[in-house]
Write a protein of this length. Structure first.
Length: 94
């Protein structure tokens, strides 16, 4: 029986705590947005990753083990999971 290797991709929820300064509540909101944008660009590990709630998975590829490299991949980008991060917008205004 042929053996296949499956590469799965998914999203994890991650958390980071940031300290900011501001003169007003409105300023705090704007400064928080700027700090959040900067934090999203960092390549370091976040403070916490929620490993209990994997989300929005897809199969990136399926390769047949031992097959020639140019014909090993039998399928790519296969949806199998609901998009729990970005559910479809309601059509009835809710």
């Amino acid at each position: 029986m042929p053996e296949y290797r499956v590469k799965l991709g998914f999203w994890l929820r991650a958390y980071e705590t940031l300290d900011i300064e501001a003169d007003t509540s409105e300023g705090a909101i704007e400064n928080a947005r700027q700090a959040a944008r900067a934090a999203m660009e960092l390549m370091t590990s976040p403070e916490h990753i929620d490993l209990d709630a994997r989300r929005e998975g897809s199969i990136l590829w399926i390769d047949q083990v031992g097959a020639p490299i140019d014909s090993a991949t039998i399928a790519e980008d296969i949806e199998f999971d609901d998009d729990r991060i970005h559910p479809p917008a309601s059509t009835n205004g809710e």
